[in-house]
Design a protein around this ligand. Structure first.
Ligand SMILES: [Ca+2]
Ligand SMILES: [Ca+2]
Length: 226
């Protein structure tokens, strides 16, 4: 009876030990085949910082900002210079399509690829190239345009015309012209025909002609302003 009581106590002790501890195996670290472990300890110290990760993918482009608005002379000056640079760039881009027809004045480049067309065709060609039809404002520009006439051996169109107001000649900017170099007795609306456009003859003189006539197309590009 006593032996049975001792066995019961022993069995109860084993059960308590089994329920309150874990049996761990850690042969390499402890050299023991079986160890008992207590409750989990406190967290260890923070480890060293890891290596830098791979750089992430670039983000999406942002929305374009609102257009700028000049409020002082510095800004206006910058805008003016930017426009001049844009004109220069257009001229350089276009220059690669033109072969020998090239001349310049102080602030313009005149270009032609030797093609001929009526006034509307010439206007469209020059506008599409980022410029406008050649329109001399002084004798130097007139000479520059004339030099292209002579390179090709053709008479050219000028951008000057009286399409808007009969009798008043304007340039492509719609400004009334101040410089002229008319041939004697021109403009004359020959034989009563309304000649609204202007050609630059190979003497350097101007003559008014009908706008359906085909002439050498010469375009001009501003390379600087002011
Ligand atoms: Ca006329
Ligand atoms: Ca005429």
């Amino acid at each position: 009876m006593k032996a049975l009581r001792v066995f019961g106590v022993l069995l109860l002790h084993v059960a308590l030990v089994m329920s309150s501890t874990q049996i761990c195996q850690d042969v390499e670290k402890s050299g023991c085949s079986i160890i008992t472990c207590g409750a989990p300890g406190k967290d260890g110290e923070k480890g060293e910082k890891g290596e830098r990760g791979i750089i992430g993918l670039p983000g999406f482009p942002g929305h374009p900002g609102p257009p700028g608005d000049c409020k002082d002379s510095v800004c206006e000056d910058l805008q003016s210079k930017l426009k001049a640079l844009e004109g220069q760039l257009k001229a350089q881009q276009t220059e690669s399509f033109f072969f020998k027809g090239r001349a310049r004045s102080s602030d313009k480049i005149f270009l032609s690829d030797g093609d001929q067309g009526n006034f509307n065709e010439a206007k469209a060609r020059c506008t599409n190239a980022g410029g406008q039809m050649a329109s001399p404002r002084n004798s130097d520009e007139n000479k520059a345009i004339l030099s292209i006439n002579k390179q090709y051996g053709f008479v050219s169109y000028l951008g000057i015309n009286e399409l808007e107001t009969p009798g008043i000649y304007r340039d492509p900017s719609n400004e009334v012209i101040s410089y002229t170099n008319w041939k004697e007795n021109e403009p004359n609306n020959y034989q009563g025909i309304q000649e609204n456009c202007v050609e630059l003859q190979n003497t350097g003189k101007w003559n008014d002609i009908v706008c359906e006539a085909k002439r050498l197309i010469i375009c001009e590009f501003f390379i600087s302003r002011g």
